[in-house]
Design a protein. Structure first.
Length: 264
């Protein structure tokens, strides 16, 4: 008995096209959801403004560079951590800087939480901000508590230089922004946060005011005309500029494709 071979069914091209359209639609929804979730322009703006507001606290009395500044007395550990140890020629005492930075971190974190909650109500997409808040709280507590267990951290060269100028809080803020970039999965925010951290490290360990003097010298400003009392503000204005520029770039709302009206 001869068997008739079964016919092999042809592939359903319509089903394959429908599956391809479904995959493309899912990818489009995922990209749209990511764009809706990202609302980091406002946190960058808030922290940029708060950091720039600290600039007047770094104005100095002494108009001549190169003179040794006085070191603060036996301030509490939390003051030395966030307020620095230079108060001989600076208008503001270390305790003033310490209080300002702790308040700035708290205000910036609270503003970010409220902003993301509002954004979630408007878009229906919720972002995780708890990791950034926990990072700021944990690192701040570590910076405050570490000297309580041993003053040797300040005696070491790295610890002394990091807290000497009173700009250690910049790095604390930067670490929280890096965590936010990871939760947002945003390459732009990651680049902005890393650039801010690099500028913060330069403000801690370098001499930002020398950069100001060098640029002004290239512009033809004489030594006796240099803004020696105002130049130390560069330690916070440079990092603030990074965040403000990042906020300006990220300020535009996400452009979503318009939905096609259903044909009647």
């Amino acid at each position: 008995m001869t068997t008739v071979p079964a016919e092999i069914p042809e592939p359903d091209r319509g089903a394959a096209a429908a599956a391809g359209d479904l995959v493309a639609e899912l990818r489009s929804i995922r990209r749209r959801t990511r764009r809706l979730r990202r609302a980091y322009g406002f946190p960058l703006l808030v922290f940029g403004v708060l950091i720039a507001a600290a600039a007047p606290l770094y104005v100095q009395h002494e108009p001549h560079p190169g003179l040794s500044a006085g070191v603060s007395g036996p301030d509490p550990a939390w003051v030395q951590s966030f307020g620095g140890m230079v108060d001989g020629y600076r208008d503001s005492a270390p305790v003033t800087l310490a209080v300002f930075w702790l308040a700035a971190i708290a205000v910036g974190a609270a503003a970010m939480v409220l902003w993301y909650r509002r954004h979630a109500r408007q878009t229906g997409v919720r972002s995780r901000v708890a990791p950034s808040i926990l990072t700021w709280a944990a690192v701040s507590a570590l910076v405050i508590g570490l000297p309580l267990f041993g003053r040797n951290w300040f005696i070491s060269e790295l610890g002394w230089n990091a807290s000497y100028r009173g700009t250690l809080a910049l790095l604390v803020i930067g670490l929280g922004l890096c965590v936010l970039a990871a939760t947002e999965r945003s390459l732009f925010l990651a680049v902005t946060a890393l650039a801010f951290c690099a500028t913060a490290v330069y403000s801690m360990l370098g001499d930002p005011e020398n950069t100001v003097f060098r640029v002004l010298s290239w512009c033809g400003v004489r030594d006796d005309q240099m803004p020696y009392t105002l130049a130390p503000m560069a330690a916070v204005l440079f990092p603030a500029a990074v965040l403000l520029i990042g906020a300006a770039v990220a300020a535009g709302p996400p452009h979503l494709p318009k939905r096609k009206s259903a044909a009647r």
